[in-house]
Design a protein around this ligand. Structure first.
Ligand SMILES: Nc1ncnc2c1ncn2[C@@H]1O[C@H](COP(=O)(O)OP(=O)(O)OP(=O)(O)O)[C@@H](O)[C@H]1O
Length: 393
């Protein structure tokens, strides 16, 4: 049975920002403070319910309010208006070093951190060896944490958080500072948490990670929720936002600096160059990218990238990598990339087209220039359709 473990109602958060006054203002206000205050609303009217056993990703551009929302769920920040209610034990990995005292050793901080999370010191003693082993920083456990690297902080904090038996785990971007093997270990532990029916809320800029881990994603923009849906749908909304921002940035850039060449069109076509949308797994995939340049350039390379709907890059190449010589680009030219056997699982895929200099300097690209779906009759999971022969020996 699922219950609501996090309830956020009409929550808004205002910060007061202090700004330095200009010289003129300082003269006018002579003798008074040279700072003036301004209200800033980091979140406005946020309402959401999170059910037990779900993994929810909070995504959005920098400064959109993700960390502020997570901190309010974790009770570290209080809303200016509205209310947040939570049920069960909550362990949070928020800012780097939060919950740790710099002058205490790793060992002392494990006890301190666990006690903040409501775990008795006897219980912490029982868990201690497991926590240290998971963290992988045993040689430094009696060192003051102010001498830890950021990765060491996170290792210890994550180890404590996952060993204190929380019902809800809140994770901000911090995991990204761990090295690759540790990140893998964290992901495995998160998967175990999910299997045990615990609730996870995470903030991430890794869209592929959100696509992989979450069963729901919430997109924030300027402190408001703009999408709250299946990750596939929410990620599309965010990517469209990013694309719109990129285009508007580009159009302001092109006023001064017109790209010398552009990707005019990306299409998935059949052998007669007619557009197609569906390809059987194992069939041929032909990607035709049309480039245009108003003045001749001979130093160019053409590239493509194939991605899942969840922004995971499956494959990318270009004519330099492939050792293909291109004739100079003068006017319009189409380059066709043919993959003879697309061993992809059923699903939707996106193709990006790019043009750059031979040395790799980018000139222009179009993300999600074309979409195609692959149909497969085989039963499997994952993004590839490998059809192995299976023998018992
Ligand atoms: N203590 C604070 N005082 C003043 N402004 C703050 C404070 N904390 C956050 N803000 C502001 O609130 C807005 C939202 O910040 P928040 O950290 O929640 O964004 P975010 O979506 O997590 O961003 P990022 O992706 O960069 O981590 C930002 O404009 C930030 O400057």
């Amino acid at each position: 049975m699922t219950t609501t473990v996090i309830e956020v109602r009409d929550v808004s958060k205002r910060f007061v920002i202090r700004k330095e006054k200009s010289l003129k203002e300082r003269v006018v206000n002579f003798g008074r403070s040279n700072l003036h205050k301004e209200d800033f609303w980091a979140l406005r009217d946020i309402s959401l319910d999170i059910s037990s056993g779900t993994t929810v990703g909070l995504i959005g551009p920098n400064g959109s309010g993700k960390s502020t929302l997570l901190k309010m769920i974790g009770g570290i920040l209080q809303p200016t208006s509205g209310r947040v209610r939570t049920r069960g034990r909550m362990a949070a990995l928020l800012e780097l070093g939060a919950g740790f005292h710099p002058d205490l050793t790793g060992r002392e901080n494990v006890y301190l951190n666990a006690s903040i999370l409501g775990v008795s010191s006897r219980e912490t003693t029982r868990l201690f060896d497991e926590i240290v082993e998971f963290s992988g920083i045993a040689p430094f456990i009696d060192t003051q944490v102010k001498f830890y690297s950021s990765g060491m902080y996170v290792r210890l904090a994550f180890a404590v958080a996952v060993h204190v038996n929380p019902d809800v785990l809140l994770v901000d971007e911090v995991l990204a500072v761990g090295d690759e093997p540790f990140q893998r270990k964290c992901m495995d532990r998160i998967a175990q948490f999910q299997a045990e029916g615990r609730t996870i809320v995470l903030v991430s800029h890794s869209l592929s990670q959100v696509g992989e881990l979450c069963d729901r994603a919430i997109v924030l923009r300027d402190g408001a929720i703009v999408a709250d849906d299946l990750p596939r749908v929410a990620l599309r909304v965010l990517r469209e936002d990013y694309e719109a921002a990129r285009v508007s940035e580009e159009s302001t850039q092109t006023v001064e600096e017109q790209p010398v060449a552009v990707v005019e069109k990306v299409a998935v076509v059949d052998e007669n160059d007619r557009p197609v949308q569906e390809i059987p797994s194992g069939g041929a995939l032909r990607i035709a990218v049309t480039y245009r340049s108003d003045e001749p350039i001979d130093d160019w390379r053409a590239g493509i990238r194939i991605e899942t709907a969840l922004a995971q890059v499956l494959y990318g190449t270009n004519t330099v990598f492939a050792g293909v010589e291109l004739p100079p680009l003068d006017g319009e030219r189409t380059v066709v990339f043919t993959v003879h056997d697309v061993n992809l699982a059923s699903g939707q895929y996106y193709v990006a087209g790019a043009i750059g200099r031979r040395d790799g300097t980018p000139i222009h690209q179009v993300q999600q220039g074309a979409m195609f779906s692959v149909t497969s009759t085989s039963q499997s999971f994952g993004v590839m359709d490998l059809a192995p022969t299976i023998t018992a020996v």
